[in-house]
Design a protein around this ligand. Structure first.
Ligand code: AMP
Ligand code: ZN
Length: 117
């Protein structure tokens, strides 16, 4: 647990969240400020700042996080017609919460990636 980390608090049930999936290693919950009809975040319970914080020792967790993301998307009936995942990393990646999380965006065509300008 990292002090004052909002997603650590969600993982511990210390602040409310609308969970769609949880197990001993990951939690998935609805984003509080949805950018699409379905917008869910998937996090590891263990605090890791960002994708940049994953090490070789975290390969199993990294794979599990991605596999469970696909599982959650299937459970939400997003696999067809599809969805977008995003792992925003660092300032230029638009990361605001520094506890790694996978965004699942679906329920409408998500469109092109952000402007390259
Ligand atoms: P990012 O910009 O990739 O760091 O995304 C952080 C996301 O967390 C944003 O989409 C926020 O709307 C979302 N968020 C922040 N606080 C909460 C919260 N308490 N419950 C659910 N989602 C949250
Ligand atoms: Zn955290």
């Amino acid at each position: 647990m990292s002090e004052n980390c909002v997603f650590c608090k969600i993982a511990k049930g210390e602040i409310p969240s609308r969970n769609v999936y949880e197990d001993d290693r990951v939690v998935a919950f609805y984003d509080i400020n949805p950018q699409a009809p379905v917008h869910v975040l998937v996090i590891p319970r263990r605090h890791i700042d960002s994708l940049d914080g994953f090490t070789v020792d975290d390969r199993d967790l990294a794979g599990y996080l991605l596999e469970r993301t696909a599982h959650v998307a299937r459970e939400l009936r997003l696999a067809e017609p599809g969805y977008r995942i995003s792992i925003n990393t660092g300032a230029h990646g638009g990361q605001e919460v520094f506890h790694i999380h996978v965004h699942i965006l679906g329920g409408r065509p998500i469109g092109p990636l952000a402007s390259r300008r």
